[in-house]
Write a new protein. Structure first.
Length: 176
């Protein structure tokens, strides 16, 4: 069998016409399907910050730009958080907690590390600022928040007492 003719050129041979019809690009087939949702939600078992942000944004029907304006950050910054490329700095964590409706950074424990970190987020304090208030080194705050074992019991007690006193004052202020 020879080469197939170019479209529009028909040979007299019935065999050649059959081959030409068999590979014709003209079809009478109609494919139908439901249009996929434009919003692709993260998997339910994904508990990353990015997944929480994306779910909340999509539930509100917002674009990334709208979410970034609401959180007062650039669109690229918001995208980096949603894609888990970067973690937000301290000054944005409180806004994110309000936005997603849960405290993503609360591990549920009553550990000193968790309470210290949550206190800093709540009051928008850097490690250095909290260290200055308590008259201790910044590295001590970092070691406590990272649950390092080489923090003296005296310093742990000082921080524990400070956090308890501040927590009780906050509770009294909320209980009218």
């Amino acid at each position: 069998m020879g080469t197939l003719p170019v479209w529009g050129q028909f040979e007299n041979s019935a065999n050649e016409q059959q081959n030409l019809i068999g590979i014709s690009p003209i079809c009478d087939i109609k494919l139908t399907t439901k249009k996929p949702l434009p919003r692709v939600y993260p998997p339910i078992d994904d508990n990353s910050l990015g997944a929480y942000l994306k779910r909340k944004r999509l539930n509100k029907g917002w674009t990334r730009l709208r979410a970034s304006i609401h959180l007062e950050v650039s669109k690229d910054t918001y995208r980096n958080w949603e894609w888990n490329w970067f973690t937000p700095d301290l000054m944005h964590k409180k806004k994110l907690i309000d936005f997603i409706g849960i405290n993503y950074w609360d591990d549920g424990s009553n550990s000193l590390a968790n309470r210290c970190s949550l206190y800093r987020i709540e009051h928008c304090l850097t490690q250095q600022e909290l260290a200055n208030i308590m008259n201790i080194e910044k590295t001590t705050i970092r070691r406590i928040e990272n649950a390092k074992e080489n923090v003296s019991k005296e310093i742990e007690g000082k921080i524990e007492l400070y956090l308890q006193i501040k927590s009780k004052k906050l509770i009294k202020n909320y209980n009218y």
